[in-house]
Design a protein around this ligand. Sequence first.
Ligand code: MF3
Ligand code: CO
Length: 257
Amino acid sequence: MPVTIKSKREIERMREAGKILAAVHDELKRFIQPGISTKEIDQKGEELIRGYGCIPSFLGYEGYPASVCVSVNDEVVHGIPSSQRILKEGDVVSLDTGVIYEGWQSDAARTYGVGTISEEKSKLIEVTRKSFFAGIACAKPGNHLYDISKAIQSYVKPYGYGIVKDLCGHGIGSSMHEEPMIPNYKKFGRGILLKPGMTLAIEPMINLGTWKVAWLDDGWTVVTMDGSISAHYENTILITDGEPEILSLSEDSEDRI
Ligand code: MF3
Ligand code: CO
């Protein structure tokens, strides 16, 4: 499948999917506090998504058993929600979820501190979010795909964090994962030319320690090899004639730079 250019009508649906997903994340954020189980977060997420008339895109995706990936501390992504896993003060938790609205997808992730967290952890979360914005600043027609990758890497580099290489961002549309793959580090060459109408999920995954990761026996949970804390930030974006549009982030979000 080549990289698809979305029509006006398709973009309208992806905008709506993104708006709903942004609202779901905003509402889920309020539940992040010590004492909540990761399962409760997932249940709330599914309820919100269905409440907006959407389908939770993760549920059943290649057998994934939940609507929200909840990844705690050294878990990078794809943590499986559990009633046994209770968030505690000082944890770092990332929520990754997606919706399907009238056949069109949106995918986004946020990372939060639970209660009060250390300076070191909040810096990691902040740098991860800001690296997304460094990347999207290059998401303009005339630029190439790996300009985004390079910008993310350049932004993170001075902090000495590990940039996860085994997982990437991706094109998105009527399927959650479309071409192209979007690495968060520099590749040889510049990649495809970016064009208006392309929709991409840009998602840096950054570790306090090594970039190396491992998969747990559950077949899903990705963890850092050295047990260090990890953060993830993702939005679905649209390339336009001018500035890129962030589809899955509320207009009034404090995340915007
Ligand atoms: N948000 C993830 C991604 O960007 C997808 C989660 S995989 C699932 O690739 F199985 F959990 F859905
Ligand atoms: Co994604």
